[in-house]
Design a protein around this ligand. Sequence first.
Ligand code: NAD
Ligand code: UDP
Ligand code: UDP
Length: 312
Amino acid sequence: MKRILIAGGAGFIGSHLCESLLNEGNEVICTDNFFTGAKENIAHLLGHPYFELIRHDITMPLYAEVDEIYNLACPASPIHYQHNAIKTIKTSVMGSINMLGLAKRTGAKILQASSSEVYGNPDVHPQPENYHGNVNILGPRSCYDEGKRCAETLFMNYHIQNNVKIKIARIFNTYGPRMMINDGRVVSNFIVQAIRNREITIYGDGKQTRSFQYIDDLIDAIKALMDTEDSFTGPVNLGNDREISIIELAEMIIRLTDSKSGIVYQPLPQDDPLQRKPDISLAREKLKWEPTNDLEKGLIKTIEYFKEKLKI
Ligand code: NAD
Ligand code: UDP
Ligand code: UDP
């Protein structure tokens, strides 16, 4: 049995990870400041004898004795991470320093939830790990993008200088049950709009692309990454390599929900990446992993969740 700390454990991805690691017989300490997470996501785990919840903000030091740390703490949706840009940077930078200091003191292995956003609006397609990205340093997304980039730099330097055992996961767009209704990301927005028969809000002309990964595939991948040999640090892309335009996604969700929703076009936010698709050959090779949930199957499960949530 391992004792595992999950920072950001009450969020969308974190709550699935808490559940999965508990089910495998580990002791899980979940820490979260509940900015974009919710107690509701982990309420079903609260009575578990090996589950512990600590309300804590990782920009402050945290002392605990653990074997492994997953650092997932950071708002992930553009509307939420832009709400307080400075706080987002502090969470990625000061929060990573504290989690790395904890890993250094305890000898724990630590995994960073990095992002495809380190590639910015990519001019290389699909994106391999050795692509250095195209981020607007001063744009509205930079608090998140540069925060994640600096966090990777911190992780690598704690590894080189202090021998901290690190893993860097570059996560691509992931969706599934337990996204908040007001999360603001495209999959939850479109599903909630479609179920309510309200207009689907497409930003820009809808020709921009993303590649969507179902949550269960990501959980398998990050656990497999944590279990790789110590010499493998990543970064490694984790995502689904089926690319789809936002307009195709809207049409698919309208069809799967049998919705009467129409489509309304709104301005494309500044610096919104025009295309994104992971090159996942490294993950395939090193993790012996690949996504197995196709988009329709994953969307159907997510739609069921939101129908229940909206009581329809
Ligand atoms: P989320 O917003 O649901 O979860 C983030 C969690 O971190 C929330 O519970 C939030 O309350 C908590 N948090 C934020 N700031 C904190 C702080 N200072 N101290 C303690 N807790 C804090 O988002 P998610 O989709 O579950 O994302 C989890 C992680 O994965 C994030 O680091 C995100 O950047 C990364 N990621 C997610 C995606 C995706 O598509 N979901 C893609 C790339 C990277
Ligand atoms: N830290 C923490 N928990 C620990 C150990 C350290 O939160 O168990 C924090 C501590 O506040 C410190 C940061 O991690 O500021 C970085 O630690 P490190 O050992 O790298 O640096 P230093 O202690 O020299 O600042
Ligand atoms: N998007 C959209 N309508 C929405 C929400 C998002 O058209 O209601 C677009 C957004 O402009 C982007 C894509 O969908 O091009 C994915 O957005 P999301 O915020 O989910 O993730 P990210 O841009 O961080 O990949």
